[in-house]
Design a protein around this ligand. Structure first.
Ligand SMILES: Nc1ncnc2c1ncn2[C@@H]1O[C@H](COP(=O)(O)OP(=O)(O)OP(=O)(O)O)[C@@H](O)[C@H]1O
Ligand SMILES: [Mg+2]
Ligand SMILES: [Zn+2]
Length: 463
């Protein structure tokens, strides 16, 4: 079986490590000047090179091809190979997540007292060291405080705050930075070329952005992408990563621009059905609004753009949408994104939020009761199509049971907080029993701060 990319391309020397210049220089110098500390602590987010560096450092210290520790371990001597295969007698790698007991810490304390078998040092790599229980961290502390001169501890963690301060303070600390988009992209390009993976630059950039500074995730995504046929595009990457793609977004923008309620709800439904989280949908949309505003204000700052929509499409959207509408949309999305945290029914909230993004639906200002669409001649907000839209907003906010009932009704007039709803004769009493609730839904749909009185008229429903 061929090795997964992230293992096949694990850096083997300090020089091969990317995006960690400080770590690289400091450890190189430590080896060159033979100033080896008894304990190191590597801290940083996932997939930034901690475990890789710990192994490189162990090989450097114990490589047999040189008389002394070397910055270029050979990779082929018995010591280097046994470290690579994790069966070295001198280098113990412990995953603290699964070995967190105090007994193990004691055993370790005992083991480090023995002289190294093959190499110069006994090295203990403690991965995820924050997972050790406080008790075993304390047992370990003694060991780190006065270690025999042939012992080197390398502690790795993604959560420094969970490491006992007494331990952390005794280690020489190294911060592994989240890797810059640029760093990840160029590393991916080299690996993609070496592996013969056809992939566009924008797609690599998309991977780098999605992985938030972690190289392992980036390589895993690249490996997945390599299974696709043809040159891999940015949309395919976003699709793979479960994100909202460019065509999804363009659909939403299109429905919004055309005030097409049905299409908008349909687009949002299909995103939800595909398992996209409402939060992700809103935040990707928010990025797009932000990009559009950036493009209008500073057309040359392409590096600031973050949404999945490509520049050409962004530019034509930017021409269609006014600054004011975009600004209002952005503000609306920001509020909605926050509110989404507190709502029990995120799907419905997403739909309401999208409907409210329709250009002339944007709340005029805080406190004013919102007049439902009032473009041009439809000044009373009372045209059939507007009333239909309002009612649709009521429907999406209603609970499924209520929705089944409400679907049978039609909003016929809406004036100064008085509404007339037409229902079938047999349903009048049912509707009247829930008048309060329906009135609240209507008020919400209109973003009005005044209660609405509803009259239910019995008529044969003509749809
Ligand atoms: N700085 C880097 N330079 C080059 N490749 C890297 C770097 N960081 C990570 N990688 C790639 O990602 C893989 C995983 O890296 P590594 O195991 O060292 O990360 P880690 O920091 O220990 O992550 P975790 O906290 O999840 O254990 C490596 O095998 C390598 O392919
Ligand atoms: Mg690791
Ligand atoms: Zn070697």
């Amino acid at each position: 079986m061929t090795q997964p990319l992230h293992l096949a391309y694990r850096p083997q020397t300090l020089a091969a490590l990317v995006g960690q210049p400080y770590v690289q220089t400091a450890l190189t110098n430590a080896i060159a000047y033979q100033q080896i500390a008894p304990a190191y602590l590597f801290n940083g987010s996932r997939g930034t090179g901690k475990t890789s560096t710990a192994r490189i450092f162990a090989k450097s210290l114990n490589c047999l091809s040189d008389e002394a520790p070397t910055v270029t371990p050979c990779g082929t001597c018995q010591s280097c190979r046994s470290i690579e295969w994790s069966n070295s007698l001198d280098v113990t790698e412990i995953d603290a997540a699964s070995h967190n007991g105090v007994d193990e810490a004691r055993e370790l304390t005992h083991m480090v007292n023995l002289a190294p078998v093959l190499g110069r040092y006994r090295i203990v790599i403690l991965d995820e060291c924050h997972q050790l229980t406080t008790q075993s961290q304390n047992a370990l502390l003694k060991c780190i405080e006065e270690p025999p001169s042939h012992v080197v501890f390398i502690l790795c963690t993604t959560e420094l705050h969970k490491v006992l301060p007494t331990i952390a303070s005794r280690c020489q600390r190294f911060e592994f930075r989240a890797l810059a988009t640029q760093v990840i992209t160029s590393q991916l390009r080299q690996i993609a070329d070496a592996e013969g993976i056809a992939i566009a630059d924008v797609a690599l950039k998309a991977i780098a952005r999605l992985c938030e500074g972690g190289m392992r995730d980036a390589l895993q995504l690249l490996a997945q992408a390599s299974l696709l046929s043809g040159e891999v595009t940015a949309s395919q990457i976003i699709e793979l990563a479960g994100g909202v793609s460019e065509s999804d977004l363009l659909n939403l923008f299109d429905a919004l621009a055309n005030h097409n309620t049905f299409k908008l709800l349909q687009a949002s439904r299909s995103l939800l059905d595909a398992g996209k989280a409402p939060r992700l949908i809103l935040s990707t949309l928010l990025q797009s609004y932000r990009d559009l505003l950036i493009l209008k204000a500073a057309p040359s700052e392409a590096d600031l753009l973050t949404s999945p929509i490509n520049r050409g499409n962004l530019r034509s959207l930017a021409d269609q949408w006014s600054d004011e509408t975009l600004q209002a949309g952005l503000t609306h999305l920001q509020t909605a994104e926050n509110q989404l945290r507190y709502t029990a029914n995120a799907h419905v909230w997403l739909e309401v939020c999208l409907l409210n993004l329709m250009p002339q639906r944007m709340p005029l200002s805080k406190g004013t009761s919102q007049v439902v669409p009032s473009h041009g001649k439809q000044t009373h907000g009372n045209s059939t199509s507007n009333l239909k839209e309002v009612w649709e907003r009521v429907l999406v906010t209603a609970q499924p049971n209520a929705r089944r009932l409400l679907e049978k009704a039609t909003l016929v007039t809406l004036k100064e907080n008085q509404a007339v709803v037409r229902v079938s004769p047999t349903d009048v009493s049912k509707f009247e029993a829930h008048a309060d609730k329906i009135s609240k839904l209507l008020q919400k749909a209109m973003q009005s701060n005044q209660p609405i009185t509803i009259a239910f008229k019995a008529m044969t429903v003509v749809r």
